[in-house]
Design a protein around this ligand. Structure first.
Ligand SMILES: Cc1cc2nc3c(=O)[nH]c(=O)nc-3n(C[C@H](O)[C@H](O)[C@H](O)COP(=O)(O)O)c2cc1C
Length: 386
């Protein structure tokens, strides 16, 4: 018998509403918001409407196989948990809860550099496939150390994020006075007190929460000290030479996340990268950047099947996933939706999110006449110019 809250959790956006009702406003907005005027954030979702599906119901698809193969591993569905920092702010041990949900659903999980647990702690869940997201730091030995630890902790792939080297301006956070760690000023206390269930749940972790991977025995380990240190560590001067270097030191699959320009996809492949993630960081970084789904076709065209192309940004429906796959993507990642899931019910909430995607993809495939993922082709999609 499914839990009662499942009735309200009938879609990804319904779970967004549930997360909003659960979380203090500033924490909900921290996840939900984007850079500047949030134009790119909105466009990520809105641009999916420029594409329409062209169903072929008589192709006959009485049952559907949603599984995809990626780097030699079979995933039960083409939806992967993307890296999101500070998931532990939404539910105690949020990252491990989410990884367990991904594992239960049979899909991959990517840990953020900025997780509240360490990569070694995440590995204790045995969640697989598990990927580790890293940055290029001014001190390259710091990046090297992340890679060595990820290797030792049995991560299956490395994801280099390239669109976050400069902190962006998230105006909702400025408006809300959102700070890391969350502020407990008078209005903060009122908002927190109103979300007493969240406060109660978080009572033993809020005070000690930190960016697990950055803690060093001889240094301050509180959240605010590490947040300042992390920003300082990032190198806005990184170049392709760093990708070349990373390729040399990381032997397993290497993906680049944050590619929007088709020529960058070509360059990445030339340097031996194994996968491309078309992404604008969910509209949280460069305001005015092209929406992910609109960037996808040119990248697919340029890559021409040499490596898998994944994408994220604005995927709120199973039909959005089908559209991305019809344009040539191998799978999609989701960011905010997993946070809405974990905020609602921990592992069970993320399982619910993945189940919603699975059911909606299955339904859309059936209605399109596609019985497996290979049958989701460009024949099924049109770009509307009007
Ligand atoms: C709260 C939050 C934290 C994020 N942290 C990271 C991160 O640490 N590393 C990273 O590469 N991307 C990060 N992202 C971006 C996501 O991986 C993903 O690109 C984006 O959320 C996709 O858009 P969507 O939220 O519309 O699914 C974060 C996104 C959110 C919402």
């Amino acid at each position: 018998m499914p839990p009662i809250w499942h009735q309200k959790a009938y879609s990804i956006n319904a779970m967004r509403d549930m997360a909003r009702a659960t979380l203090p406003n500033s924490i909900f907005d921290f996840a939900d918001g984007g850079a500047d005027d949030e134009t790119t954030l909105r466009q990520n979702e809105a641009s999916f409407n420029q594409y329409t599906l062209m169903p072929r119901p008589l192709n006959g698809a009485p049952t559907r196989d949603l599984s995809v193969e990626l780097f030699g591993k079979r995933l039960n569905l083409p939806v992967i948990i993307g890296p999101t920092g500070l998931s532990g702010l939404f539910w105690p041990d949020g990252e491990r809860e989410t990884a367990k949900a991904a594992h239960a659903a049979g899909t991959a999980f990517c840990l953020s550099h900025g997780s509240t647990c360490t990569m070694e702690e995440l590995a204790t869940t045995d969640a697989a496939p598990r990927w580790m997201q890293v940055f290029i730091y001014k001190d390259r030995s710091f990046t090297q150390e992340f890679c060595d630890r990820a290797e030792a902790a049995g991560f299956d792939a490395l994801v280099l994020t390239i669109d976050n080297q400069i902190p962006s301006k998230r105006e909702r956070d400025l408006r809300n006075g959102f700070t890391i760690p969350p502020s407990f000023g008078l209005s903060g206390y009122i908002s927190m007190a109103m979300k007493y269930k969240w406060l109660w749940r978080m009572r033993s972790t809020l005070g000690t929460m930190t960016f697990g991977n950055y803690v060093r025995p001889d240094q301050a380990s509180d959240l605010s000290a590490l947040a300042a240190q992390m920003t300082e560590l990032l190198d806005p001067g990184m170049t392709w030479a760093d990708v070349e270097w990373l390729r040399k030191i990381w032997k397993k699959p290497l993906l680049i996340k944050g590619i929007l320009h088709p020529d960058d996809a070509t360059k990445a492949i030339e340097l031996g990268v194994d996968g491309i993630i078309v992404s604008n960081h969910g509209g949280r970084q460069l305001e005015g950047a092209i929406s992910s789904i609109n960037a996808l076709p040119e990248v697919i065209n340029e890559v021409d099947g040499q490596v898998p192309v994944l994408m994220d940004g604005g995927i709120r429906r199973g039909s959005d996933v089908v559209k991305a796959l019809a344009l040539g993507a191998t799978a999609c990642l989701v960011g905010r939706p997993q946070l809405w899931g974990v905020a609602t019910a921990g592992q069970a909430g993320v399982e619910r999110i993945l189940d919603i995607y699975k059911r909606e993809i299955d339904m859309a495939m059936g209605l399109c006449g596609a019985s497996d993922i290979s049958e989701i082709t460009t024949d099924l999609i049109r770009h509307n110019t009007d």
